[in-house]
Design a protein around this ligand. Structure first.
Ligand code: UD1
Ligand code: MG
Length: 465
């Protein structure tokens, strides 16, 4: 028995009015198609994604997700060519479904992002199932007509429905589980004699229902809502956000202002974490116990240990932040930042590919790029690692317990030994051995009474010397 999932994602998404394919539009940072794929159970015989419009972009996205280990099973891609309807989308999958030795097929839409893992499992485990929902205003959805025993009798697209059928509030969610040999036969007999001149998958599902009973299962409408417009996208995002926040509140997380806080589906938070207003957490983010994330902070694909304090308005991407560290306000931790335990990164400090060991501090106005900074080292205000010579990047290696005075430029490649002391305002171009004092300054000149002399000359307009 091998169940294969088919995700329909070839449509144009005209109503999104976008250059981006509809299935790549994000909900809380993750594209709709990724939501659908991640909800699939493990142990499937495979999944087929049917694509066409925006093919290159979808392929690139799938490759990124594959590399990041986000996909639950091997994915095959089928290009539908010019999309001629949902039934046509399945027809073009026939060779691949045969090749995979499919016995049952579970069909989902790539533009229906909020189907839960539980519902996707229910679908993938069913002999036959059509997921339906009851809507007060059924609109453009296909109507579901049932036999007295509840099994499927008829599916009618809104555009083909009679006024009596349009009154039906039970609608087709577009997700099905069906035995492959029977569906395969039904697909062979499809025609496009309907209002939209399309090959409807729904006609094939009804043909299956004439051979075997097809169960109609009701589902929370939120889980089957499609994203067809920017309005849908906003509504779905709000719904997803409410669910995610409710979950983390139950797990002991405080949201000071839930309405302005966005937490993506791949974020994990430990208890006693506090999220201040306007925080956005996207991608794969882990927030440790007791962390406080300051107002207006954006964190993407990063890991924060226990008790980290991020003060307001920081941007943290692809970074590791050790337990008890303090970051910000207004700090930017870029890709490859690796802070050990108890590191302090203060206001207007930018780090990139920077490894700071335990207790190192850079409290004000610094750029630390392509660098390793030892335990207990203090980086003064205005220090810059000059890592780029216009062509290549170079490394700055700083030992333990070093004191780098304010406004120092470290011209890489350069190595500063343990315990060294760099005087403020230095431009360091050569390695500094351990315990050395390094200074590079223009000598200061001081003229007694020179200030008032200068001012009187300025008033007379005489030349300065
Ligand atoms: C479909 C169902 C309708 C159901 C609704 C639920 C049919 C004929 N109708 O209608 O009963 O209520 O879904 O959302 O199936 N796609 C392709 N190739 C195509 C056409 C569509 O891959 O040739 C994909 C789309 O990208 C989309 C999905 O299939 O992800 C659904 O297509 P869409 O055009 O939105 O179908 P609906 O008219 O909404
Ligand atoms: Mg649709």
């Amino acid at each position: 028995m091998s169940t294969v999932a088919v995700i329909l994602a070839a449509g144009l998404g005209t109503r999104m009015k976008s250059r981006l394919p509809k299935v790549l539009h994000p909900i809380l940072g993750d594209p709709s198609l990724l939501w659908v794929l991640r909800a699939l159970p493990t142990g499937l015989g495979g999944a087929i994604v049917v694509i066409h419009h925006g093919k290159q972009q979808v392929l690139a996205a799938l490759e990124t997700w594959q590399k990041a280990g986000l996909l639950p099973c091997p994915i095959s891609i089928v290009d539908q060519g010019e999309p001629l309807g949902t039934g046509h989308a399945l027809q073009v999958c026939i060779p691949e479904l045969d090749r995979l030795g499919t016995t049952r097929v579970a069909i989902l839409c790539g533009d229906v992002p909020l189907t839960s893992a539980a519902t996707a499992s229910r679908l993938c485990g069913a002999e036959t199932l059509l997921l339906a929902m009851d809507l007060p205003t059924p609109g453009a959805y296909g109507r579901v007509i049932q036999h007295p025993d509840g099994s499927l009798a008829q599916l009618v697209e809104a555009k083909d429905a009679t006024p009596e059928q349009l009154v039906v509030r039970r609608v087709n969610g577009g997700a099905y589980a069906l035995p492959w040999p029977i569906l395969r036969r039904a697909l062979m007999g499809l025609t496009n004699h309907n209002a939209q001149k399309e090959y409807y998958l729904t006609d094939a599902v009804v043909a299956v229902a004439r051979e075997i009973p097809v169960t109609v299962g009701l589902c929370d409408p939120e889980e089957l809502a499609g994203m067809n417009s920017r309005h849908d996208q906003a509504t779905l995002q709000a719904a997803a956000q409410r669910r995610i926040q409710q979950h983390w509140m139950t797990e002991g997380v405080t949201f000071l202002h839930p309405d302005s806080t966005l937490v993506g589906p791949r974020v994990t938070l430990q208890r006693d974490a506090v999220l201040e207003p306007g925080v956005r957490l996207e991608g794969s983010v882990q927030i440790g116990e007791g962390c406080r994330i300051g107002q207006g902070t954006v964190i993407t694909d990063s890991v924060l240990g226990e008790g980290v304090e991020v003060r307001p308005y920081c941007v943290i991407e692809h970074a590791l932040v050790g337990a008890g560290s303090k970051v910000g306000p207004f700090a930017r931790l870029r890709e490859g930042t690796d802070l050990a335990i108890g590191v302090h990164i203060g206001n207007f400090v930018e780090t990139k590919k920077a490894k700071l060991h335990r207790g190192a501090k850079a409290n004000h106005l610094a750029y630390l790029g392509d660098t390793e900074i030892g335990e207990g080292t203090n980086i003064g205000a205005g220090v810059i690692t000059c890592n780029y010579d216009g062509v290549n990047k170079h490394r700055t290696t700083i030992g333990r317990n070093v004191f780098v005075g304010s406004d120092t430029q470290l011209v890489a490649p350069v190595v500063i030994g343990d315990g060294a002391l760099i005087g403020a305002g230095s431009t360091i171009t050569m390695d500094v051995p351990a315990d050395a004092l390094a200074l590079s300054r223009v000598p200061q000149t001081t003229r007694e009474g020179g200030a008032s002399k200068l001012r009187s000359r300025q008033k007379k307009g005489t030349a300065l010397s």
